[in-house]
Design a protein around this ligand. Structure first.
Ligand code: C5P
Length: 220
């Protein structure tokens, strides 16, 4: 099975409140996009396509020379679609991995690829929720407590048979925050495998602080 990966890295990272595009923020002297691409290659992925912010595309090409870099789109879905167009037709399976997850583990990539290899059309890594979860109304009043045992937080890389991912994006009528939602909407089963807490997404300034601390700790 030939496996390629798409790294959507074209977001501005507005929730971080930083003027630099999120994928270029550094942890341990390397940008988030460098960490994400290096992790995929280390785990055995042979081709990586990065969707980068158009205004810093030359900088991203310089940082990740081992990847093909294309300009991203106005939302994550558009960025994935543009990167998918750059994947050769003989690729059987495509992983989609957020640039904002610098510490994705090799084991998670291998679990996703193994499930694809066993015939699953779509695979997502998940972790259990640790906090109790409640649904609230517009005023913040609690409507209900949701049974946490049935809930999972979804990470990346998500893996897809290439034809399934292409069809999901061709049929997309709404923009979604993950590709698996498009596959679910087509009525195709999405399999889950165990994720890893280290594969958390850097979204807020707090996450960046935690990532920096983890990096320092890992080096000691
Ligand atoms: O904003 P959020 O962290 O949910 O974005 C998830 C991933 O999607 C990030 O790696 C971000 O760079 C990417 N993205 C993109 N193109 C956009 C918006 C987000 O590639 N237009």
């Amino acid at each position: 099975m030939r496996v390629a990966a798409i790294v959507p890295a074209a977001g501005r990272g507005e929730r971080l409140g930083h003027p630099v595009p999120k994928a270029l923020l550094q942890i341990g002297g390397q940008s988030l996009v460098e960490h994400a691409v290096a992790g995929l290659i280390r785990a055995g992925v042979e081709l990586v396509v990065v969707a980068a912010p158009a205004d810093v595309i030359d900088e991203v090409r310089r940082l990740v020379p081992q990847a093909t870099v294309v300009p991203g789109g106005s939302d994550r879905c558009a960025s994935v679609r543009l990167a998918l167009d750059a994947i050769p037709v003989d690729v059987d399976a495509v992983l989609v991995h957020d640039a904002a997850r610098p510490f994705g583990s090799d084991d998670v990539v291998q679990r996703v690829v193994a499930a694809l290899d066993s015939g699953a059309p779509a695979v997502i890594p998940v972790v259990p929720l640790v906090d109790t979860v409640k649904r609230v109304d517009g005023n913040g009043a609690v409507i209900e407590t949701i049974d946490r045992a049935t809930l999972r937080a979804v990470q990346t890389p998500q893996g897809f048979r290439r034809d399934v991912l292409a069809a999901a994006h061709a049929n997309a009528t709404a923009t979604v925050t993950d590709d698996a939602a498009l596959v679910e909407a087509m009525g195709i089963e999405v399999k889950t495998v165990d994720g890893d807490p280290r594969a958390f997404k850097v979204t807020t300034a707090w996450d960046l602080t935690v990532a920096e601390a983890l990096w320092e700790w890992g080096r000691r």
